[in-house]
Design a protein around this ligand. Structure first.
Ligand code: DGL
Length: 275
């Protein structure tokens, strides 16, 4: 197939559940004419507390499902899966380009605070692998990075409790845990797909001098640059299509996912798939 033929193929976006819809939203905004297909592995969510072996196996199965839909590119819109399995997926999907969200998130932080002190809020698995520390210090050796697991924030975002006393207390508790010595962050990296929903609460807790960054916008830019370089950007001037797949609970996917996407969804918008 020629590069020209690939332009109308969909971009595949994969996450452990609904969180990756924050990334999909940014891709849709940057590239409104692209056809998109999103798979949320809701049957096996959360990935963040699982072992690397399980996460790699789940990610391999989920991306194989997306490959059945003849995608031209894969975005691993899950920090945990990006941290654990990006290289594996790149090997398995070659020559289809595969990008994760950790590198774009790291770049966003470096651009915001060169040589800065970055506090990464992420899942247990992402923190255990030190994925953000490696990505940041490889590009900016002067930077300091601390990573804080924040599993409860995933549940808070899914529950829609993103502001108010409960969210504020839990956010502050994690920030206190991370600040138990002289480390003073000048950037906070939202290193989990769910945390952009808590951005205002986190920003209020850390104060104006601290930059709060996430990977959604920079990931969309990377997608655009790669497709442009390959001559595979959509040529249509019509709005792109969106197909949503989930491995369990399409009603919950629609209800919770609508908050992440920023527009209402119904169960009819979501297709149940088995991996
Ligand atoms: N999508 C995951 C991430 O960005 C969060 C949810 C999970 O643990 O599966 O790390």
């Amino acid at each position: 197939m020629t590069a020209h033929d690939n332009s109308s193929l969909p971009i595949g976006v994969f996450d452990s559940g609904v969180g990756g819809l924050t990334v999909l939203k940014a891709i849709r905004k940057a590239l409104p004419n692209e056809n998109l297909i999103y798979l949320g592995d809701t049957a096996r969510l959360p990935y963040g507390t699982k072992s690397p072996a399980s996460i790699a196996r789940y990610a391999t199965q989920a991306t194989a499902k997306l490959l059945e839909h003849d995608i031209k590119m894969l975005v691993v819109a899950c920090n945990t899966a990006s941290a654990v399995a990006l290289e594996l997926l790149q090997e398995q999907m070659a020559p289809i380009p595969v990008i994760g969200v950790v590198e774009p998130g790291a770049m966003a932080a470096i651009n915001a605070r060169p040589g800065g002190s970055h506090l990464v809020l992420a899942t247990e698995a992402t923190v255990r692998l030190g994925a953000y520390s490696k990505a940041i210090t490889a590009r900016d050796p002067d930077a300091h990075v601390r990573e804080q697991p924040c599993e409860l924030l995933v549940a808070l975002a899914e529950e829609g409790w993103t502001s108010g006393n409960i969210a504020d207390s839990i956010v502050r508790r994690y920030l206190d845990d991370a600040a138990n010595d002289a480390f003073i962050a000048d950037s906070i990296i939202l290193g989990c797909t769910h945390f952009p929903l808590l951005r205002d609460t986190i920003a209020a807790a850390v104060g104006n001098s601290v930059e709060v960054v996430d990977s959604a916008g920079t990931t969309a830019v990377v997608v655009r640059d790669i497709l442009r370089a390959r001559g595979e950007l959509a040529e249509s001037t019509e709005p792109g299509t969106l197909r949503l797949l989930a491995t369990d609970g399409i009603t919950r996917f629609a209800r919770v996912g609508g908050q992440f996407l920023g527009e209402p969804l119904t169960a009819e918008d979501v297709h149940l798939v088995d991996l």
